[in-house]
Design a protein around this ligand. Structure first.
Ligand code: NAP
Length: 315
């Protein structure tokens, strides 16, 4: 085999799960490498406020917390490799990771690649992305200061986005396909109290409207009244759930029908030496607090696996 760099643990993804796995692995005296195709922080770095991370000051941004997590992991010796892992191969006691820039070996692997926003699949959605169609209110909301905007979805992301945008935009339409929000109850009253928010219940977006190459509004249809309506808006923020970033791993670990990495006993996949942590794995709760807990457990499980490997080599 070619001469390649070997790590004790290759952690794929530098969100809260991956950074915590790196911190715990480095503190355990192992040699972890954290692969990240973008900048560290994951979805946390795009979160305006965190109210449900125990002990954390809600006035500080998710971005700031993510940067502290990254500094902490790297200060203990986790190494950042800014490359996109496109595949992992299980060669038994060695796992082979490939990126567009090279090949790496690791004794153990932690998949912590998180999840990405789902698309609606509407015509013109792709071409209008960045021209009024967005999947990140905290990243793009400021471009639409003082304008009318639409948020689609009824979960925590849509609720948090609508609250954030109501502070900077003139009017926010919240379009949800049912008449009840999925979001955590604490958001419900907050949304109802917003003077510039209008709920569009039982409604789905049927088309994205365009003028001069930019989004100019959306057409919605009410499933109960059958009414069609046009909402003039400069931006639409799509918050209809997440899809796991598991492309590239389907040949090495089993995935659920939705594409999440199947795990049992917490973070273990059925493949010895490969673990999954955070939003990318099958889990009943996907929060920062569960991602960091997963990261710690994955580092521990990987360390135990490396001990077993060392014992086998001695025998
Ligand atoms: P989610 O909880 O899966 O909610 C997705 C929402 O989009 C649901 O209301 C769903 O409607 C709707 N939806 C799905 N597909 C749709 C479609 N094709 N057309 C129209 N509407 C559609 O996703 P999320 O809000 O992104 O949250 C993901 C995870 O992150 C959750 O576990 C959430 O708790 C967590 N999160 C937490 C916080 C927080 O704690 N502050 C903030 C953000 C995210 P139905 O309700 O009808 O299914």
């Amino acid at each position: 085999m070619e001469d390649v760099k070997t790590y004790d643990i290759a952690i794929i993804g530098a969100g809260p799960a991956g950074l915590t796995a790196g911190l715990y692995a480095a503190r355990a005296g192992l040699k972890p490498a954290i692969f990240e195709r973008l900048s560290p922080g994951g979805q946390l770095a795009q979160t305006e406020h965190l109210e449900n991370y125990p002990g954390y000051n809600v006035n500080t941004s998710g971005f700031d917390l993510a940067m502290v997590m990254a500094d902490q992991a790297f200060s203990f010796g986790a190494q950042l490799i800014s490359e996109d892992v496109t595949s992992v191969e299980d060669m038994g006691t060695v796992k082979v990771l490939r990126t567009p820039f090279g090949t790496y070996w690791a004794k153990a692997v932690v998949i912590a690649t998180g999840a990405r926003p789902k698309k609606l699949g509407l015509p013109r959605e792709e071409e209008l992305t960045g021209k009024g169609v967005s999947y990140c209110a905290t990243c793009d909301g400021n471009f639409f200061r003082g304008k009318d905007v639409v948020v689609i979805g009824g979960g925590d992301t849509a609720a948090a986005d609508a609250i954030y945008l109501s502070r900077i935009c003139r009017k926010v339409y919240l379009v949800h396909r049912r008449d009840t929000l999925r979001a955590t109850p604490i958001y419900h009253d907050r949304l109802r109290e917003l003077p510039n928010l209008e709920f569009c219940w039982n409604s789905v977006v049927t088309s994205l409207l365009e003028a001069d190459g930019r989004l100019s509004g959306v057409q919605i249809a009410n499933a109960v009244t059958k009414e069609q309506r046009v909402l003039d808006a400069s931006a639409v923020f799509i918050a209809v759930g997440m899809a796991p970033n598991s492309d590239g791993f389907s040949s090495v670990v089993p995935l659920s029908p939705e594409g999440y990495v199947l795990t049992s006993e917490g973070v273990k996949t059925p493949v010895r030496g490969i673990f999954a942590a955070g939003d990318v794995r099958t889990t009943p709760l996907r929060q920062v607090v569960t991602a960091v807990a997963d990261g710690a457990l994955a580092a521990l499980a990987a360390a135990e696996y490396l001990d077993e490997l060392a014992d086998m080599e001695e025998e």
